[in-house]
Design a protein around this ligand. Structure first.
Ligand SMILES: [Zn+2]
Length: 401
C-alpha cells in the first residue's frame, strides 16, 4: 500500500519519497513510491502531473491500493526522489471538483435534481442531473445558492468512517466501497463519499458559473466552470468584446444594435447588387450574342469564364437562350462547370453535353433546353470547340420540336 499524502493533506505539492518498484508496462516505465502526493485520478477528477527528480510524471494510476507514476526515464528501486506535483493543474482540479460538490447539492436543494455523473475535462466541466428541463430562472437560483455557499467560506471536512456507520451522514449517493469510507463534507451543506482532492474552505472555489445546459439521456447536462477557469473565461470574453467594440466602433452595450444595423445594410446591398447584376448580365448577354458567330440555328455563344461563379454564368446562359441564341458556357477554373442553354426548337443541349462528357470525360446532362455538368479543366477548351462546331452545324444532335 502506498501512503497517500493527498488524502492526509491535499495541499502538499512537494515531498520526498523512496522508489519501491519500477516496472515496464506497455513500453513505459511505472514507478511506485513508499508515499505520494500524486492523485491517481478517479471520481471524475483526472490524475496529477509533475516531476520525480528531473523526470516528468506523465500519468498516475492506482492498482489495488498501489499508486504508480508513469515517468519518462528510469529510477532505480531504493533511490530517494524529490517529487513535485504540478500545482497549478492540481489546484484547478480541486477548485472544479469542490465546486461540483457544492453545485450538485444546490441542484438538489433548489430543483430536487440528483447528479448522475461528473466530468472534469481540460476545458469543460459538466455534471449530468436527473431533471428533464431546467428553466433559466431555476438555473439562476441554483447558481446563486451554490455561490452563497462558496462565499460563506465553509470548511471542507473529511470523515473516515466504517461502512456500517455511514448512516450518520445524509449522503447524496451510497458508496460502492467496503471497509473505511471517506466522507467529504461541505460543512453543514453537503456530504459525499469521495476519494478526490478538495480545497480546504469553500471560499477557495472563488465562484461557480453555469455556462450552458443541454438535454442528455432524459436528463440535463450542465456545463460550468469554477475559480480560475471562470476568471480566464471572463478575461477571454472581455477581450472578445473589446475587439468587437473596436471593429464596430460601438460601446459594448450597443453591439447588438450595431450588428442589427450591419445585417440590415447587408440585406439592402444584396438586393441592390442583385438588381445591378441582373441588368449587367442582360447587357452582357446582348453583347455576347452580337459578337457571336451565326450558325444554321442562330448565334452560338461558346465561352469559358474561369474567374466567375457558377450561379452567375448559369443565369447568363439562360438570358442568352431567352434572346434566341445557343449558350455553351463554362464557369470556374480548377473544376469547371458547364452551363448549356438553347431556345426550344434548336439543338438539344442535354444530348450535346452528354456526348461531350462521354468523349472528354466528365459528368452531366439535362433537358434539351438546359443542361449542367462538370468537364475536366484540361479538356474544357477542346470540348467547347467541339460543342461550338456542333451547334453551328445545327443538325448533329438533332433538333427539338
Ligand atoms: Zn470529491
Amino acid at each position: 500500500m502506498t501512503r497517500r499524502l493527498y488524502h492526509e493533506d491535499s495541499t502538499i505539492r512537494d515531498f520526498e519519497g523512496t522508489v519501491l518498484h519500477s516496472i515496464e508496462r506497455d513500453g513505459a516505465t511505472w514507478v511506485e513510491l513508499d508515499r505520494t502526493a500524486f492523485y491517481p485520478g478517479g471520481g471524475g477528477q483526472p490524475a496529477d502531473r509533475g516531476r520525480l527528480d528531473a523526470l516528468s510524471v506523465v500519468d498516475v494510476s492506482e492498482d489495488e491500493g498501489r499508486v504508480w507514476h508513469r515517468v519518462e526515464g528510469a529510477l532505480a528501486p531504493g533511490s530517494r526522489v524529490e517529487a513535485s506535483v504540478d500545482w497549478a493543474r492540481r489546484f484547478d482540479h480541486m477548485q472544479q471538483h469542490t465546486g461540483q460538490h457544492i453545485l450538485s447539492q444546490a441542484f438538489i436543494a433548489v430543483a430536487g435534481a440528483e447528479t448522475r455523473s461528473f466530468h472534469l475535462g481540460e476545458e469543460e466541466v459538466s455534471i449530468d442531473v436527473a431533471h428533464p428541463g431546467l428553466d433559466p430562472e431555476m438555473l439562476r437560483s441554483v447558481e446563486e445558492r451554490a455561490n452563497e455557499v462558496v462565499w460563506e467560506d465553509r470548511e471542507i471536512l473529511i470523515h473516515e468512517v466504517p461502512r456500517e456507520e455511514i448512516g450518520r451522514f445524509p449522503l447524496r449517493k451510497l458508496p460502492a466501497v467496503e471497509g473505511i469510507v471517506r466522507v467529504v463534507e461541505v460543512q453543514g451543506f453537503d456530504w459525499s463519499a469521495c476519494g478526490g482532492t478538495h480545497v480546504r474552505r469553500t471560499g477557495q472555489v472563488g465562484i461557480v458559473a453555469i455556462l450552458s445546459t443541454e438535454k442528455y439521456k432524459g436528463g440535463t447536462r450542465v456545463a460550468f466552470v469554477c475559480g480560475g477557469r471562470a476568471l480566464r473565461r471572463q478575461r477571454d470574453r472581455a477581450r472578445l468584446l473589446r475587439e468587437l467594440s473596436l471593429a464596430f466602433t460601438a460601446g459594448e452595450s450597443d453591439l447588438p444594435k450595431a450588428v442589427a444595423r450591419l445585417k440590415e445594410e447587408r440585406e439592402r446591398l444584396d438586393k441592390r447588387l442583385k438588381t445591378l447584376l441582373s441588368s449587367e448580365l442582360t447587357r452582357e448577354a446582348a453583347a455576347l450574342i452580337e459578337a457571336a458567330p451565326r450558325g444554321l440555328l442562330g448565334p452560338v455563344v461558346a465561352r469559358h469564364f474561369p474567374d466567375r461563379d457558377s450561379g452567375e454564368i448559369g443565369a447568363l446562359a439562360s438570358l442568352i437562350a431567352g434572346r434566341g441564341a445557343i449558350a455553351l458556357l463554362a464557369s470556374g477554373g480548377e473544376t469547371p462547370r458547364a452551363h448549356f442553354s438553347a431556345p426550344a426548337g434548336t439543338i438539344s443541349v442535354g444530348d450535346l453535353l452528354g456526348r461531350l462528357c462521354r468523349e472528354y470525360g466528365g459528368k452531366g446532362g439535362g433537358r434539351p433546353e438546359s443542361a449542367q455538368g462538370a468537364i475536366p479543366a484540361h479538356a474544357l477548351e477542346a470540348a467547347l470547340d467541339a460543342a461550338r462546331a456542333a451547334a453551328l452545324a445545327g443538325a448533329q444532335e438533332g433538333t427539338t420540336a
